[in-house]
Design a protein around this ligand. Sequence first.
Ligand SMILES: O=C(O)[C@H](O)[C@@H](O)[C@H](O)[C@H](O)COP(=O)(O)O
Length: 235
Amino acid sequence: MSDHHVAITEFETREELAQALADQTADALRSAISDGGAATLAVSGGSTPKLYFQKLSLAELDWESVTVTLVDERWVPESSERSNARLVKQNLLQNEAHAASFVPLYTGAATPEEGIHEVAERVADMSGPITVAILGMGDDGHTASFFPGGDRLAYAIDPTSHLLVSPMRAEAAGEPRITLTLPVLLAATMLVLHVEGAGKKKVLETALAGKDANKMPIRAVVAHAPHPLQIVWAP
Ligand SMILES: O=C(O)[C@H](O)[C@@H](O)[C@H](O)[C@H](O)COP(=O)(O)O
């Protein structure tokens, strides 16, 4: 897989990938804290990042200066098995990382459209650009909650948008979603796409071979990333 917009690192095992990505994340958080006194980490949900979360939770750094938030969220309370906040609290905000602050994207409003202003304020209040943003990718080429056919996909992946967050409804999304927008993700100091398995590698190859971001929204991240998008993969 080669494309001048991406830099792909393939690891032998998922264990090795998780440890390397956790180490790289911890280093980036430490530098942001030493440079500006604070750091922000935005992570994706789903099944892929669990081992990475567990490894990162053990990193020794000034977690009290770190704000953790989500790249996107299903519009459900933390009591739901589908909640990304629940996944992060159970796997990342443990051990050393327990001391970090967490900014949820779910507000308790009936819909993300009703909660959007509160969420936008929460994101706006986080200090400066995101230090580290970790993306996943679905088998349909979605990332964050940029789903093909999403009702607000055009707004969410518009690189010139001033919106920080967007609601999103799409057939493949399950619940209504809330997602950081593309410009917010592209502004991250460290932006990494974390994918695993042979199937996702094929999806990635298809994504990199085409241009239509409406069909495979991960393409919008690749196309507009200010420098080659870092991708980490393990079998
Ligand atoms: O809320 C979510 O579901 C994620 O943010 C989403 O974008 C995820 O990264 C992909 O769907 C991959 O999910 P898996 O890791 O489970 O394959």
